[in-house]
Design a binder for this molecule. Structure first.
Ligand code: AMP
Length: 283
């Protein structure tokens, strides 16, 4: 497995590699969620590239850019074992230099939910993901449903700009007790981790009780998580999985319940699919 930091060098390394070429963009501090994306990529692609880049553009002032967990050596060992062929580790000073004048902005979809709590976050994501697509030129790019809004935003960007890449969404990987894996879980104390479980529990409960009434589901989520000890709710909504618009009344088709909350200083997000009433859940 090769590890390359330089744009010209990675372009040269990927010249003529067996296709399809898969890309898994990450910020490192890898866990089973990231590795599930690498696993999907190795199953579908002849060459697998992974990027590790803690993208400063997607962190707002006062967010956790400086203290975001970094574990490059361990990450590289995991990626080698997982069968990745090339790892791209650009450095921020040259990949996102202060003099940069260009951004890629997806309107509307980026304004709600995460975008309203983290202004500018998605501009940072879409700008850097576009750069990664331009440098790596993948046929397939793998993203987790854990960041549900991000996946929708990237799908929309790829469609709107006719980018020659297929976006593959992969299911959320959870710990056995239900907590969605996240690099930010490393911030949690034992007690906070127990508090954090209430997010996935509330989502699970709502999906079990789902009968197509968004108002009831939203009320249950908000009530449960506002009363949850050690949890400070940011938002809880039931949304259209494609437009991300909130549902308020009766929902006929698929829906997604999405939540964000603070546990201590740590901001966590999670979501779950709400299958149309009367249909059996996907296997
Ligand atoms: P990050 O390093 O947090 O930017 O995440 C890199 C990619 O891994 C994104 O596409 C995430 O959605 C995905 N990811 C993170 N956590 C999980 C998880 N628990 N299950 C599946 N995918 C995940």
């Amino acid at each position: 497995m090769d590890v390359v930091s330089d744009v010209a060098e990675i372009r040269a390394r990927l010249q003529g590699v067996p296709r399809p070429l898969g890309l898994v963009p990450t910020m490192g501090a890898l866990h089973g969620g990231h590795l599930s994306l690498v696993d999907a990529a190795t199953r579908h692609c002849a060459t697998v590239a992974v990027s590790i880049f803690v993208n400063p553009l997607q962190f707002g002032p006062g967010e956790d850019f400086q203290r975001y967990p970094r574990s490059l050596d361990a990450d590289l060992q995991e990626l080698d074992a997982a069968g990745a062929h090339v790892v791209f580790t650009p450095d921020a000073a040259s990949f996102t230099p202060p003099g940069r004048l260009t951004s890629v902005v997806v309107a509307s979809l980026t304004q709600r939910l995460e975008g309203s709590s983290r202004p500018g976050h998605f501009d940072g994501v879409t700008t850097v993901v576009t750069k990664l697509f331009n440098v790596i030129r993948p046929d397939q790019a793998y993203f987790g449903e854990k960041d549900f809004q991000q996946l929708a935003v990237i799908r929309r960007m790829v469609a709107d700009l006719d980018l020659p890449v297929t976006v593959v969404g992969c299911p959320i990987v959870r710990d056995p007790d239900g907590l969605a894996l996240s690099s930010r879980n490393a911030y949690l104390s034992g007690e906070q981790r127990v508090a954090a479980l209430q997010l996935s529990q509330a989502l699970h409960r709502v999906s079990q009780e789902w009968a197509g009434d968004a108002a009831t589901a939203v009320a249950t989520l908000r009530r449960t998580l506002s009363q949850a000890s050690g949890v400070r709710l940011d938002y809880a909504e039931v949304i259209d999985p494609e437009t991300l618009e909130p549902f308020e009344g009766v929902v006929e088709g698929p829906a997604q319940a999405v939540v964000a909350a603070y546990v201590g200083d740590t901001r966590l997000i999670d979501n779950i699919r709400l299958e149309p009433a009367g249909s059996s859940p996907a296997a």
